[in-house]
Design a protein around this ligand. Structure first.
Ligand code: SF4
Ligand code: SF4
Length: 178
């Protein structure tokens, strides 16, 4: 089935993700030199495989409407774990922590956790540093709040998880990579 969604003016993945491209590392927080925002990718037809194989949650999940597009929602959903290797769903918070009070986001994360999905919360990495993240699906306080259908407690547990991300010591990328 054809996917009707279009990236439009969004270039979030081209800026906020770190990946290897053209034999070099494209750092998080640095816009890809091939990006031509707000007009998308300047080399779309011959973009590298890392871009072709990136699974943007907004793009691929039919239940997420236009307000979830990452440049609108300030939440980048990637269909992979933060290590980039294993299964998972990563929610990267690009803007204010208050976004964790956004009801559609809270409900969606809660639904995924109830369904047993491996869910992660992450923040964008600074140039030269790894993205901090936390595994949500194992946090007892969050699971308990979801089970009790307590919206305030669920939001509070998500904000506490975000603080874990923020408090995590910054991890520089290994020498030789940057
Ligand atoms: S983050 Fe998603 S919607 Fe935005 S440019 Fe990348 S693939 Fe497209
Ligand atoms: S090559 Fe194109 S799609 Fe890939 S990161 Fe750069 S601008 Fe984005």
């Amino acid at each position: 089935m054809a996917i009707a969604k279009r990236c439009g003016a969004c270039s979030v993945c081209c800026k906020d993700l770190m990946f290897e491209m053209d034999g070099a590392l494209k750092l998080a927080g640095v816009m890809c030199p091939h990006a031509t925002p707000p007009h998308g990718c300047g080399i779309h037809d011959c973009r590298p495989s890392v871009c072709r194989t990136y699974f943007c949650g907004w793009y691929y999940l039919p239940s997420l409407d236009e307000e979830w597009r990452p440049d609108q929602s300030e939440v980048l959903i990637s269909l992979r774990a933060p290590d980039g290797l294993t299964d998972g769903i990563e929610f990267m918070l690009l803007g204010s922590p208050e976004k964790l009070s956004w009801l559609p986001l809270v409900r969606y994360i809660a639904t995924l956790i109830v369904d047993g999905a491996p869910v992660y919360l992450a923040l964008p990495g600074e140039p030269g540093y790894q993205s901090p993240w936390v595994y949500l699906s194992d946090i007892a306080a969050l699971k308990d709040a979801i089970a009790r259908r307590d919206l305030d407690a669920t939001t509070a547990a998500l904000k506490a998880a975000l603080q874990i991300c923020r408090d995590y010591p910054k991890t520089a990328l290994p020498q030789g990579l940057v």
